[in-house]
Design a protein around this ligand. Structure first.
Ligand SMILES: Cc1cc2nc3c(=O)[nH]c(=O)nc-3n(C[C@H](O)[C@H](O)[C@H](O)COP(=O)(O)OP(=O)(O)OC[C@H]3O[C@@H](n4cnc5c(N)ncnc54)[C@H](O)[C@@H]3O)c2cc1C
Length: 388
């Protein structure tokens, strides 16, 4: 059972992060969108100072040790502002959290205390240019004495410009995938930028090349061949984080639309008085409300130490569809001016589309959820007993 931080400490931390988000980071939106780069000299110290890098790193390693229920609203708040900043915070926290669950004590001691204060960070390297993921990976890690030798390529790896370590998924045998930590400075390891993205601008999602990269065998996470199991565990909760990001973006789009509907006057009346616009607003609020409920349920289950493979894929899929509908309607409420950069609506629209791809596209979510359902998954009886 993870109860997280005591309420008063949590409130203080949350207040500090929210203040940083709105006072220091949100004003950087136009600069980041114009230059397509994040001013790290401003953003990283601000994130460090408010504690954003240690949010879900356990307290024994210097983090805040938030429960998932405490973390989701903070991540959602990041998803209201420029998306590149949210991507940095999400990937850092998500994979530091994963290491805290699947890493050895030595690996955790080596990385987590630095990660908690934003001096170290772990990027996650799964996706490859030449093939699919899982058993289709072509990156290889060959055991040679007390080392692994890695060869292969990865791409679209978020935080590739700032990560100190990379959790690399590689084949150690024909039907065997393993997870191995590769430090940024390993000889033979090179990182190149990819072209700029549609949204979440400024965050780097680079291409990694491994040519005879040697790392100590102690960098293997878990046992050889356990990579897929680790991947499933890491992605299970990380998909919930993406759904929380969808919630934040959708909530901001709804808030902006409500304000605009009261301000914009046509034919002598605010458009918010028109039934057609009211319908858009009510539909947007329905999506936000439903997503909030699903997230509260899945967070409570995870914090009670329940596994949530079906729920995490379902909420991730619902979240991206919900934020898709909400940002579509927000654009309609705003009319033509919403298509310009006068309001953040067009940016929220673009940023949200990354939620389709992060932690697996829809086809993967359908596959994971359907397998669970066909395997006998049922919703627990909490809803039934709560309504009796
Ligand atoms: C900005 C950004 C940041 C990212 N950050 C990271 C990161 O940090 N680490 C990381 O490892 N990856 C990262 N990714 C990669 C992301 O997770 C993948 O793009 C996503 O999972 C889809 O994989 P793919 O690009 O290889 O698409 P593909 O596998 O080529 O899929 C293309 C289409 O085919 C469908 N498809 C593919 N195979 C099948 C199948 N077997 N059955 C049915 N449908 C199929 C897919 O659903 C999709 O619609 C990032 C991507 C982006 C855009």
């Amino acid at each position: 059972m993870n109860v997280g931080l005591p309420a008063d400490e949590y409130d203080k931390l949350r207040e500090s992060v929210f203040t940083t988000i709105w006072n220091e980071l949100d004003p950087l939106e136009h600069q980041i969108e114009d230059t397509e780069s994040i001013p790290y000299d401003v953003v990283l110290p601000a994130l460090r100072a408010c504690g954003a890098f240690g949010l879900i790193i356990p307290r024994e390693y210097g983090g805040a040790g938030l429960s998932i229920a405490q973390y989701l609203p903070i991540l959602a708040e990041f998803a209201k502002i420029q998306g590149g900043i949210r991507a940095i915070v999400h990937v850092h926290n998500s994979f530091a959290h994963a290491l805290s669950e699947i890493g050895s004590e030595e690996q955790k001691q080596a990385i987590l205390p630095g990660a908690a204060v934003g001096e170290k960070s772990l990027a996650f390297a799964l996706t490859e240019p030449g093939n699919g993921t899982g058993m289709d990976l072509s990156t290889r890690a060959r055991r040679d004495g007390d080392e692994y030798v890695l060869d292969g390529r990865k791409w679209l790896i978020t935080n590739s410009d700032i990560a100190s370590h990379f959790l690399v998924l590689a084949k150690t045998a024909d039907r065997e995938v393993s997870a191995i930590i590769v430090p940024r400075d390993a000889p033979g390891f090179t990182i190149a930028p990819l072209p700029e993205t549609m949204g979440c601008k400024g965050a780097e999602h680079g291409e990694l090349t491994f040519t005879d990269v040697r790392v100590p065998a102690a960098n293997l996470v878990g046992a050889e061949g356990e990579g897929i199991a680790h991947l499933e565990r890491a992605l299970e909760i990380s998909r919930v984080f993406i759904a929380a990001s969808s919630l934040g973006t959708a909530t901001r789009a709804l808030d902006l639309s409500l304000r605009f509907a009261k301000e914009r006057v046509t034919f002598g009346r605010p458009i918010g008085e028109r039934q057609a616009i009211q319908r858009y607003l009510a539909e947007m609020a329905t999506d936000v409300y439903a997503l909030r409920g699903m997230l509260a349920d899945v967070a409570a289950k995870w914090d009670r130490d329940q596994r949530v493979p079906a729920e995490s894929s379902l909420v991730k899929q619902f979240g991206l569809e919900a934020v898709g509908r909400v940002t579509d309607r927000a654009l309609l409420v705003h009319g033509g001016i919403g298509y310009t950069r006068k309001y953040p609506i067009e940016r929220l629209y673009r940023d949200a589309r990354l939620n389709w791809l992060e932690e697996g596209p829809p086809t993967v979510q359908y596959l994971v959820a359907a397998r669970q359902l066909l395997d006998g998954f049922t919703f627990d009886d909490a809803f039934d007993s709560a309504t009796r």
